[in-house]
Design a protein around this ligand. Structure first.
Ligand SMILES: Nc1ncnc2c1ncn2[C@@H]1O[C@H](COP(=O)(O)OP(=O)(O)O)[C@@H](O)[C@H]1O
Ligand SMILES: [Mg+2]
Length: 261
C-alpha cells in the first residue's frame, strides 16, 4: 500500500540482472503506485534502462520477482507484458521516419526486422478492428498529445520534442495501463520539455494511465515525477518526493561524483 491506500500497479522484488561480471541490476526492490508518475534517476550506467528491459520482458531477470496488477510477470516476453497493458516506448526508427505521423500509428510495414514491436502491436490490433476504427483511434491518440495538426507530416521532420510525443501516441494506441518511458527529455529543448511534461501529466489525469519514467534532465523529473527513485551501481539508493531527493546529499554526490564507472 502507498500513502493513499492504493496497492501498487507494479512491484519489483529483489531483481537481479548481470551481464558477465557487470552487475547491471543488483537486487532492486521498488513499487510503482497506480495513476502517478514515478521517476527513476541515477548516473549513467546505474542500471535504469536494464531494469526497464527486465520489467518489460525484453530481458529475463537472473533472480527476483516482478508483479503487475498483482500478477507475476517475470518470465513473460515483451509481447506478453505488452498484451497485459505494460508498454515501454521505443524511439521512432529510421523506417518510421519515412512515414507520416498518422501512418506511424496505423501501418504495419511488411518485412520489418530488428527491434520491432510493430508486429506485436499492430497485427493484433488490425485483426480486431476495422481500418476506419484504427484511423479514428490514431487521430484521437494524436489529438491527445497535440500532434493532430502534423498528421500528414513525415515523422522524420518532427522536432525532438514532437518525436517524443509521437512515441507516446504510438504507445497509447495499445491502450496501456502502465507506460515505461526511457529518457523522454533526451534531445528535447527546454520549452518543448515543458509541453511534453504537460502532456504526460494529462495522460495520467485524464486517461488514468500510470507512468514510470527514466529521466536524465533533473528539471523534467523534478517537474513531473512524484515520487522519485534513485539508482546507483545497480542498486536502489533512495526514494522520496522531489523536495526530499533535491536536498539529499547522497544524490548530489553521485551526480557530482561522475557516475558509477
Ligand atoms: N545488453 C547488455 N550487454 C552487456 N552489458 C550491458 C547491456 N545492457 C547494459 N549493460 C551494462 O549494464 C550497466 C547498466 O547499464 P544501463 O542499464 O544502460 O544503465 P543506465 O540506463 O542507468 O545508464 C552498464 O555497465 C552497461 O554497460
Ligand atoms: Mg539508460
Amino acid at each position: 500500500m502507498d500513502g493513499n491506500g492504493n496497492s501498487p500497479i507494479l512491484s519489483v522484488r529483489n531483481v537481479r540482472k548481470y551481464f558477465g561480471g557487470i552487475k547491471a541490476v543488483d537486487g532492486v526492490s521498488l513499487d510503482v503506485a497506480s495513476q502517478r508518475i514515478t521517476g527513476l534517476i541515477g548516473p549513467n550506467g546505474a542500471g535504469k534502462t536494464t531494469l526497464f528491459n527486465v520489467i518489460s520482458g525484453l530481458y529475463k531477470a537472473d533472480a527476483g520477482e516482478i508483479y503487475f496488477k498483482g500478477e507475476r510477470i517475470d518470465g513473460l516476453s515483451l509481447h506478453q507484458t505488452f498484451q497485459k497493458g505494460l508498454c515501454r516506448t521505443f524511439q521512432i526508427s529510421r523506417e518510421l521516419k519515412l512515414m507520416t505521423v498518422l501512418e506511424n500509428l496505423m501501418l504495419v510495414p511488411p518485412g520489418q526486422e530488428g527491434e520491432n514491436l510493430w508486429k506485436t502491436w499492430f497485427i493484433p490490433l488490425r485483426v480486431r478492428r476495422q481500418e476506419s476504427e484504427i484511423r479514428e483511434k490514431a487521430l484521437q491518440a494524436l489529438d491527445s498529445v497535440g500532434l493532430l495538426h502534423l498528421k500528414d507530416e513525415y515523422a522524420g521532420n518532427l522536432s525532438g520534442g514532437q518525436k517524443r510525443l509521437l512515441e507516446l501516441a504510438r504507445t497509447m494506441m495499445a491502450e496501456p495501463e502502465l507506460i515505461l518511458f526511457d529518457e523522454p527529455g533526451a534531445g528535447v529543448n527546454p520549452s518543448e520539455r515543458r509541453v511534453l511534461a504537460e502532456h504526460i501529466r494529462r495522460l495520467v489525469s485524464e486517461q488514468g494511465v500510470t507512468v514510470f519514467l527514466i529521466g536524465h534532465e533533473m528539471e523534467l523529473v523534478m517537474d513531473v515525477c512524484d515520487p522519485i527513485i534513485v539508482m546507483d551501481r545497480g542498486k536502489k539508493l533512495t526514494e522520496g518526493s522531489p523536495e526530499e531527493i533535491g536536498r539529499d546529499p547522497r544524490v548530489l554526490e553521485i551526480y557530482l561524483g561522475g557516475g558509477s564507472q
